[in-house]
Design a protein around this ligand. Sequence first.
Ligand code: F3S
Length: 284
Amino acid sequence: MKLKTAKSAGFCFGVQKAIDAVYHEIEYGQRPIYTFGPIIHNEEVVSELERRGVTVLKTVEEIEQKECGTIIIRSHGVSRKIRERMEQSRLRVVDATCPFVLRIHKYVREYSSQGYYVVIIGDAAHPEVQGIYGWSDPQRTTILSEQEEAEKFTVPKEGRVCIVSQTTFNYNKFQDLVEIISEKGYDRIVLNTICSATEQRQKEAEALSGQVDAMIVIGGKSSSNSRKLFEICSKKCKNTYFIQTKDDLENSTFQRFGYVGITAGASTPNNIIEEVQKYVRNEL
Ligand code: F3S
């Protein structure tokens, strides 16, 4: 059996940077160490960090109650209000927001202050999108992810529109939605803020899943970029498996497939990818 793992599988630059920041703080930082939300969408990594004394805080109120320590902002970033409240708390703030996300904060801040209506193409429930929204003017900002929402989108006649995207959004879908909005004839500026790591990973996954007999997508259940990979691969390969670790493959045998492909979301550590490779090769 032939096994191929996509080159772009696993941690992206922003996630690696955030993880490194946490380990740096564990080693040298002012304890106790907290992260605002899980540092990445990966239960194994989060549990390992918990064992090393890192606590996940879920609300700003929890941060405000702490007497001392360090709070780390994860790669998704936070809204302006949350950032300000963190700075006013007694904790030291370490910002591990991915630079690509910080760039989107800057765009929406600048364009909304110039009077543009901001459209964020992305999942409204995702923390990254909520963070971006929090740097824009809420009265003039719309979050959308579906065709019907783009069709319904409207601003006053002379309004100018600035369109940005969640970094992990599907590129083709982004283009479709931009096209629908563009047809309305507004003066608009389109900033494709989809991260190239995501785009690269999605393109590679699409190509690989079109060649193999079975495709494995490794990622956290709550990781949106992993779910999107699964969506893309399922379209090309009917034997596509979405797993968190090799344990989810128990009782699955890959010997009947001639060619198996593997990809993994941005929050999947290398050791988990390696274990899955070994499992598929029957080495475990
Ligand atoms: Fe940053 Fe792109 Fe990763 S935006 S967190 S490098 S997917």
